[in-house]
Design a protein around this ligand. Structure first.
Ligand SMILES: C[S@@+](CC[C@H](N)C(=O)[O-])C[C@H]1O[C@@H](n2cnc3c(N)ncnc32)[C@H](O)[C@@H]1O
Length: 263
C-alpha cells in the first residue's frame, strides 16, 4: 500500500486549532498505555518537584484529564485547562465518576493565567511548541510563571530535539487495538527547529489524514526560554523518572522554579 506524502498545502500553521484533529487522533494520543501510565507519571512529577499533596495544581493543557484525575485522587485541588471542548467533556465525566472537584477551563494556553494561584504546574506529553511564533511559546511560559506562587514549580515533558535526531525514522506503521492501521510520516524543517508529522488512519478501508507539527526544543533551547520567562533553578532530565539527559534519554523533562523572592 502506498503512503501519500504530505504536500505543502496540508502543512497548517494552526493545526492545533482543529477540533476534528483532536477528535480523530484521541485514540492514539490517549491510548490504553498512556492512560495506564498516568498514575506513575504523577508520582514521578511529585518526586521531581519535591512537593507533597495536598497541592494546588495547574494541568495545562490537560487533554482528557488523565493526570488531573490522579492529582484529585491524591487530594489536590486541580485546574485543568485545554482548548478542546470535546476533551474537557470527557475529562469532566471521568473525574465526576471519581467524585473529585476540579475547575475545568476551556482556554488557549497562550491566554490563561491565574496570578499566584498554584504550587505546581504541569505541561506533559509534548504539549509545548505548537506555535509558529516562538514568542507564543514564551507567552505560555509567562502564563505558567505568573500562575505559580513564589516557590512554585513547573514540570514539563516533551520529545527533545536530541532524541528525535538519535531515533529519527521517516515512516513507520502500527495497528491499533480496534484494528485501525496507523501510518506515520515525519519530516524536519527550518534548520532542525520544526517537525511535521503526518498521521494516516485506515479503518475498514476508510482513510483519515492528520497533520501535526511543533517546534523542536533541545535541552539548551528549553533552558534558555525558561530563563527568559523568569524561571530559576532549572534542571533537565532524560525521563520523568529523573534519569540524565544524555545519549540514553527517552524524553526531555524540565523542572523549573519560581523563586521564593519573586514578587
Ligand atoms: C498531546 S495532548 C496532551 C494532553 C495532556 N497534557 C496529557 O498528557 O494527556 C495536547 C493537548 O493540547 C491541547 N491544545 C492544543 N493547542 C492548545 C492551545 N493553544 N491551548 C490550550 N490547549 C491546547 C489539545 O487539545 C490536547 O489536549
Amino acid at each position: 500500500m502506498g503512503v501519500e506524502t504530505m504536500n505543502a498545502d496540508e502543512r497548517t500553521s494552526d493545526w492545533y486549532e482543529q477540533d476534528s484533529l483532536w477528535e480523530g487522533t484521541a485514540q492514539i494520543i490517549f491510548s490504553r498505555e498512556a492512560l495506564e501510565n498516568a498514575p506513575q507519571q504523577v508520582a514521578q512529577v511529585l518526586s521531581l518537584a519535591d512537593l507533597e499533596p495536598p497541592l494546588r495544581v495547574l494541568d495545562m493543557p490537560c487533554g482528557v484529564g488523565r493526570h488531573t484525575l490522579e492529582f484529585v485522587r491524591l487530594g489536590c485541588a486541580v485546574t485543568g485547562v485545554d482548548r478542546t471542548a470535546f476533551y474537557l467533556k470527557e475529562a469532566r465525566a471521568t473525574v465526576q465518576a471519581a467524585e473529585g472537584e476540579v475547575e475545568w477551563i476551556e482556554a488557549d494556553m497562550r491566554a490563561f493565567q491565574q496570578p499566584g494561584a498554584f504550587d505546581l504546574a504541569i505541561n506533559l506529553f509534548t504539549s509545548f511548541g505548537y506555535f509558529e511564533d516562538r514568542n507564543d511559546d514564551l507567552k505560555v511560559l509567562d502564563n505558567f510563571y505568573t500562575s505559580l506562587r513564589p516557590g512554585g514549580v513547573l514540570v514539563m515533558d516533551m520529545m527533545g530535539k536530541e532524541i528525535v535526531a538519535r531515533i529519527f525514522i521517516p515512516r513507520d506503521w502500527d495497528t491499533l487495538d480496534d484494528g485501525t492501521l496507523l501510518l506515520r510520516e515525519r519530516s524536519i524543517h527550518q534548520d532542525w527547529t520544526w517537525i511535521e508529522n503526518c498521521w494516516i488512519l485506515i479503518t475498514n478501508g476508510n482513510q483519515r489524514k492528520f497533520a501535526l507539527a511543533h517546534r523542536l526544543y533541545g535541552a539548551s533551547d528549553l533552558k534558555n526560554i525558561l530563563v527568559q520567562a523568569g524561571f530559576t533553578g532549572i534542571r533537565i532530565y532524560g525521563s520523568l523518572s529523573g534519569t540524565p539527559y544524555d545519549q540514553t534519554a527517552q524524553r526531555l523533562v524540565a523542572v523549573a522554579h519560581k523563586s521564593e523572592s519573586a514578587g
